[in-house]
Every structure is written in C-alpha cells, then in structure tokens.
Write a protein that binds this ligand. Structure first.
Ligand SMILES: NC(=O)c1ccc[n+]([C@@H]2O[C@H](COP(=O)([O-])OP(=O)(O)OC[C@H]3O[C@@H](n4cnc5c(N)ncnc54)[C@H](OP(=O)(O)O)[C@@H]3O)[C@@H](O)[C@H]2O)c1
Length: 296
C-alpha cells in the first residue's frame, strides 16, 4: 500500500518503520521542512520522503499520529490534497477529534486506532520501542466499515492488531485509564506505580465512579469492579513508566488534558452528571499550562 504517516513522532515513526519493513511504500508528513526524514531504529537507519504533495495525493492510507490537540491544525492545509477514497486512520490518546475529520473529509473512510505500544524518541532522528503492546482498530463512519482488511495489513507489519466492531468501547476504556493515571501522575510527578500507594486509593475510586457513570450514560458497557481491576493492572504493568502527561508537565509542554479529562467533562455536562473529582484534576492541569503559556 501507499501509506502516509502524518506526525512522525515516537508512535508515528514506529509504525512508519514497521510498515516500511513489511514492504509498503511509506512516506511521512512532519513539521521539519526537509524533503526526507531519516530515523535510526536499532542497527538500521530508515529514510522516508517527507512533505511531498504526491505522497498525500496517492496515499491509500493516511495514518495520523500527531497528538490529539494537533489533529485539526495538521489538517487545515492538507485536507484539500487528500483523495476522497483515501482511508484516514487516527491513532492518538484522548477522544473528540474525529468529529472535525468527519466534517473536513465527509466521503473518506475513517478508522480509529488505540495502541498500548510504547515508543520514545530521545532525539529527532532516533527511536526506541520501549514497550510491546497491542492495537485495536475500528470504523468511525459508514465507509470505515469496509476497511476491516486493514487489520490483516497492520497485523502482518506490527502485531498484535485486532479489529474492534465497536471501537468507541475500546477508546472509552483507554480514556478511563488515562483520566485516572495521566493527571494524577502529572500533578504528583510520579511514575505510574506510585498510584498503587494507599494514599491514592480514595481519589482513584471516586475518579473511576465518575468515569463509569458517564460511560453508562454514553451506552458504553461498564462494570466498575472490572474497570477498577483493569486500571490497577495497568498501574502495576506500567509501574516504572512516566505517563505522557507526566512528561509533558515536566517539560512544560501542552498536554492532552482537553481530549482526555476535558472530553469526559464535556460528555458529563451533556448528560447532567456531576464529575467534581475529574473537574478538579482538569483545572489543576489547565492552571499549570496557563502558567507556562503566560511565560511565553
Ligand atoms: N509515545 C508513546 O509511547 C505512545 C503510546 C501510546 C499512545 N501514544 C499517543 O500517540 C500520540 C502521539 O504520541 P507521540 O508520543 O508519538 O508524540 P510525539 O512524539 O510528539 O509525535 C507527534 C508528532 O507530530 C508532529 N506534528 C505536530 N503537529 C504537526 C503538523 N501540523 N504536521 C505534521 N506533523 C506534526 C510533531 O512534530 P514536533 O515534534 O515538531 O512537534 C511530532 O513529531 C499521542 O496522542 C500519545 O498520547 C503515545
């Protein structure tokens, strides 16, 4: 396939390399203006064409791996170049971006993806795969339902990949994990494993109860005990990890809070559900961001 990766950061470069290794014609669209993008991964260096209009026009699949808050601006100038049949796949944490893509590209098949692979780019041209994970993909519009074959394509390049018949269920489950782990580890600047300490248990229970109430109102199947066990397992399995929001706050970068807790708050408001614990974390992170913004 002709594949274009928009946003060749950590996750985007990992997929670009795995897909190129598997024999696909892969190009990228990054923010650097050079005509080629090179990335060292393990023993090898991989080269991709970068920012070429023909790569956009001829793409069978466009994989979008910018951060959630970067999605709309990444498309502003590109949407007109994208063929109406090109499959669009969004792969990022958080929810709430697909609505703008549906409006900008009303005829394109849209597929959403969520992955638990870990990737780290210590330098602009160096990549590490820091954690083996799995990826779920699923349709986000009518045309997207015809793209189930993509599961085999991606599975061959970088397993495990599963087709999810109701991808929003998987996205909400990931959102629940992120609503708990990301803001708490960012505010306390601690690794994920610290959230297993007794002092965090009461707040975590309240956060999960609030998220569960919103999920139920959204008709997403949820059992609080099972969700709690799942989140505990993620905390244990990733105990040494620093969450992306932890790292963003440490480096004073804009976080994905608007598309994680912020998305939860907007859905809670629509259903008239009070979510004070999540609201407090949201405002705490936004206040931190505003302090840095005011320094720029
Ligand atoms: N890294 C992980 O282990 C991991 C795991 C699971 C999920 N995720 C999720 O995956 C998403 C991507 O994360 P990441 O860690 O890969 O972030 P990242 O390294 O910051 O990658 C985002 C890339 O998009 C580029 N970009 C931003 N705006 C752009 C634009 N308008 N046009 C083209 N490129 C643009 C950025 O360029 P600049 O660097 O120049 O800004 C950067 O290279 C996030 O939602 C994250 O939460 C990450």
């Amino acid at each position: 396939m002709n594949i274009l990766v928009i946003g060749p950061g950590a996750i985007g470069s990992l997929w670009a390399i795995k897909l190129q290794q598997d024999g696909h014609q892969v190009a990228v669209f990054g923010r650097q203006t050079e005509s080629h993008y090179q990335c060292q991964f393990g023993e090898h260096s991989y080269t991709f064409s970068n920012r070429q209009i023909n790569d956009i026009k001829h793409a069978d699949l466009i994989l979008v791996t910018v951060k959630a808050w970067q999605v709309t601006s990444a498309f502003d100038s590109l949407a007109r170049q994208i063929d109406p049949d090109t499959i669009m796949m969004l792969m990022h944490n958080g929810m709430g971006t697909v609505e703008s893509i549906r409006t900008l590209l009303p005829t394109n098949p849209i597929v959403l993806a969520t992955t638990t692979h870990g990737a780290f780019k210590p330098a602009p041209t160096q990549l590490f795969h820091t954690g083996q994970g799995e990826t779920f993909i699923g349709a986000a519009n009518e045309q997207g339902h015809r793209c189930q074959f993509l599961c085999d394509v991606l599975q061959h390049a970088f397993p495990e990949v599963h087709w999810h018949p109701q991808i929003e269920h998987a996205l909400w489950r990931k959102l629940a994990v992120n609503c708990v782990i990301n803001p708490l580890t960012a505010i306390h600047q601690c690794p994920n494993g610290n959230l297993a300490f007794p002092r965090y248990q009461a707040v975590i229970s309240r956060l999960i109860a609030e998220v569960g109430a919103v999920m139920a109102a959204e008709n997403i199947p949820v059992h609080l005990e099972e969700l709690t066990t799942h989140i505990d397992c993620v905390i244990t399995a990733t105990s040494e990890n620093k969450s992306s929001m932890h790292q963003d706050v440490y480096h004073r970068r804009k976080t994905e809070i608007d598309f994680i807790t912020g998305y939860l708050l907007s859905r809670a408001k629509k259903h008239g559900i009070a979510v004070p614990e999540n609201e407090a974390l949201y405002h705490h992170i936004r206040t931190l961001e505003q302090q840095w913004e005011s320094l720029i």
